[in-house]
Write a protein that binds this ligand. Sequence first.
Ligand SMILES: [Fe+2]
Length: 379
Amino acid sequence: MRLDETWKYLSPTKIVFGVHAFESLKKYVLELNIPKKILLVTGLSSMRRFGYVDVCKRMLYDKSLYIFDQIKPNPTVDDLQQAIQFLKASEAELVISLGGGSVLDAGKILAAMATNHEPLEDYLSGKKSLENKPLPFIAIPTTSGTASEVTCWATLWDMEQKKKFSLSHPWMFPDYAIIDPQLTVHMPPQTTAVTGLDAMTHAIESCWSKSSQPISDAFALHAIRLIRKNITTAYNEPDNLEARTNMSLASLFAGLAFNNTKTAACHSISYPMTIHFDIPHGLAVSITLKEVIQFNNQAIPQKIQQIVEAFDSDSLESFVKDMPKLMQSIGLPIRLRDLDLKESDLETIVQESVNPDRMKNNPVELSYKDISQILTNIY
Ligand SMILES: [Fe+2]
């Protein structure tokens, strides 16, 4: 850090972390002083199947609990419209999300739309900004990757128009993040792999972003170490609570880093991969890490050295080999050709790969030619 640099750090969400922390949900609902009506948001079926919806019902037996369990992965604007109607009819005073990143993002949007005038599209397009504080919101993640429980952003998708929307506002930080590693043991290995690599990419990109600062760096570097040491065990032994706890911690630390710095080039390049070719987010962001790090090394070699060391590689050259090896060890492809992409598809990704907000945050601003080279190298 330069001596003349000023930085600030903000993270207003109250964090409750621990195995069985979920079972204290009632305590935090009471702290929020909610009179009666609560909306519980979950995904399609798994939370019911594992009995967690029943646990919520039992804990909140003296409240009116309305359950919306129709949130799909990568939710669309239409999906949210349906949820908004349900929310308005319930007259809920608190929103609780229990699920993966999509469920958490949906809950944030619902809490905001409960107190602000529709239509949702006006906020997504940037035509309007939130005028009223959202309803209180409690986020309970069941994956360890997006860290939506400690960020103020929510993502929606329009798969027909091939667009990604983001809604963000400092009011959208959850009031509470209740992180219980026990809830993550049901994650299938493929989800463990891609969400874990999403967290790894949050940490690495936060560290090399132009807006990095000492607090975010401390969180990010520790997250890289924890994921490197634990992701393979979490993938191979889903019930290993120590590995799950370390992955939950790592995802949280990465979130506490990038909620202040935002992400950079790898996230920017990933969006068209997901929109056009359905590549899971965590894979789409991490598959370019080994290429982007070589560009960024030209501008910030000392910072890259810290990332390489946290990843437990001997040198940048080793990192470039070690990262794909780690991905392969958890069942992920490392080449775009293995994802059913044709070489002619690369141009579609290149054309939509510059998300100005993300790309400007990268220490080296990549040109379309650079991005084309990156994608060709990993084809
Ligand atoms: Fe991400």
